[in-house]
Design a binder for this molecule. Structure first.
Ligand code: C2E
Ligand code: CA
Ligand code: CA
Length: 316
């Protein structure tokens, strides 16, 4: 198959030696490759700073495991179908890195680096086991079983043996698999449908549910979505946050919900920040809601209060 060329262009500066020049050209070429257009890209000096930062993150990530710099926080998911107050349904586990020099590094920054350098496998296992153990501990402490959603990056999902790793975490931690929800991004579904269909089938055989995350932010092939037999669809926060008086966005969300329903999925909306969004989504029949309106992701000691409370009431 024809593969388009990727061209990196760099201007020769007197202070730049040959090695640096070649490095900069490679940065520019890498940018061209990421643009997926088979095009040319000029070297941007900020690219060097980004590359240095990335280099530090990659190096430091290797040491961070041993020094407890990672931890998991939990954001509540509310049942929007209940009349009156909104009961807690479960939590999404989100990874945090407290870097000794840079402070809190956003997962949007370090997850892609971990995927590129092969550390995502270890990080993913850490989150999975921590979240499963946490769910079991909370059930023992409060008598309440709630769902636990864990993100699976595309690299993790496609790695050989992921099904066995998940089954092992379930067996060893004792979590009831019906409460474990795996969120895979829309982009992960854009690859190798036959392999993915097989993987998702095996995951469902283990008893966990699997859903598409960030729906509406990427490029899913709608025709393929039907193949995967997914359990839920999480509508991306960018769609939710554009909900407003203009009817077009509401219509778009309404159609997205209709699509999910048609494919037999239940619907989760993330990024709910205000009461108007919540009211619109409830009217549209969204099943589950998540967002700063209810709570930000919290460490376990704070998150547990959701298990001890009645749920969310307007005015909380
Ligand atoms: P995501 O899976 O879509 O997670 C939801 C993100 O939206 C979280 O950001 C959460 O803090 C944020 N969020 C929740 N409610 C609101 C809201 O009302 N408004 C706004 N503006 N944001 C809200 P966070 O924790 O920074 O994570 C960012 C992304 O990093 C995640 O997006 C996920 O793709 C990735 N990530 C985080 N933890 C993990 C992990 O353990 N494994 C993998 N593979 N990816 C992870
Ligand atoms: Ca997610
Ligand atoms: Ca999301």
């Amino acid at each position: 198959m024809f593969s388009p060329p990727f061209i990196g262009v760099v201007m020769v500066e007197p202070e730049c030696d040959g090695t640096q020049l070649l490095k900069n050209a490679l940065f520019a070429m890498d940018d061209a490759r990421r643009a997926h257009l088979g095009c040319a890209r000029m070297f941007e000096p900020e690219r060097q700073l980004q590359a240095d930062h990335r280099f530090h993150l990659e190096n430091d990530m290797r040491a961070a495991f041993e020094t407890d710099q990672f931890h998991v926080v939990y954001q509540p998911l509310m049942d929007l179908t209940s009349a009156g107050g909104l009961p807690l349904l479960g939590f999404e586990a989100l990874l945090r890195w407290n870097h000794p020099h840079f402070g809190a590094v956003p997962p949007d920054q370090f997850i892609p680096v971990s995927e590129e350098c092969g550390l995502i496998k270890g990080l993913g296992q850490y989150v999975l086991w921590t979240a499963c153990r946490q769910q079991v501990d909370w059930a023992k402490a409060t008598g309440r079983q709630v769902t636990m959603s864990v993100n699976l990056s595309p690299v993790q999902l496609m790695a050989a043996g992921i099904e066995e790793a998940i089954a092992e975490a379930i067996g060893e931690t004792g979590i009831d698999p019906r409460y474990l929800k795996l969120e895979v991004t829309e982009t992960a579904l854009a690859t190798e449908p036959a392999l993915l269909v097989e993987k998702l089938k095996r995951l469902r055989e283990i008893g966990v549910s699997v859903g598409v995350d960030d729906f509406g932010s990427g490029y899913s092939s709608l025709g393929q979505l039907d193949l995967f037999g997914l359990d839920f669809m999480k509508i991306d926060k960018s769609l939710i946050q554009r909900l407003g008086p203009c009817g077009r966005q509401t219509e778009l969300v309404r159609l997205t919900i209709a699509l999910a329903r048609h494919l037999g999925m239940f619907v989760v909306a993330e990024g709910i920040e205000d009461r108007e969004h919540l009211d619109t989504l409830t009217t549209l029949g969204v099943n589950v809601g998540q967002g700063y309106l209810f709570d930000r992701p919290q460490p376990p000691a704070q998150a547990i209060r959701w298990l001890l409370d009645e749920g969310w009431q307007a005015g909380d």
